[in-house]
Design a binder for this molecule. Sequence first.
Ligand code: CU
Length: 142
Amino acid sequence: MKNYRPTALALMLSVVSVPALAAELAVVYRSPSCGCCEEWISYLKSKGFDATVISTDDVAAVKENMRVPADMQSCHTALIGGYVVEGHVPVEAIAKLLAEKPHVTGIAAPGMPQGSPGMSGPKEHFTVYAFGPLGKTVFMRF
Ligand SMILES: [Cu+2]
């Protein structure tokens, strides 16, 4: 095909210039039947994250392994940059987490806030918490 070479060249150039622009890797654990999980994963990808999705029927075990407190739990659980990211967390909070690198296990948007990324409906105010061995703190409000 005529446009094969330019495309390949463009691809090579983009690979060469990747270091500063590398997509952040996310591993997302979700139940196969979870629709809003799918929506959040699409949202993550649209924001430049490289998501690997692991479907499991036992998300409760995943949350327990990753030390997500019961009152912080939502549907999906992700691992991003060594942190746990629980639920419909906006990328602004993930960016803050990766920039500030606090000594926490992760951040969570507990429950399923209406209008949060991946959730339908009018946006309601919700809070993203940081959690870890030292407890929970407000991380960001939306
Ligand atoms: Cu959900």
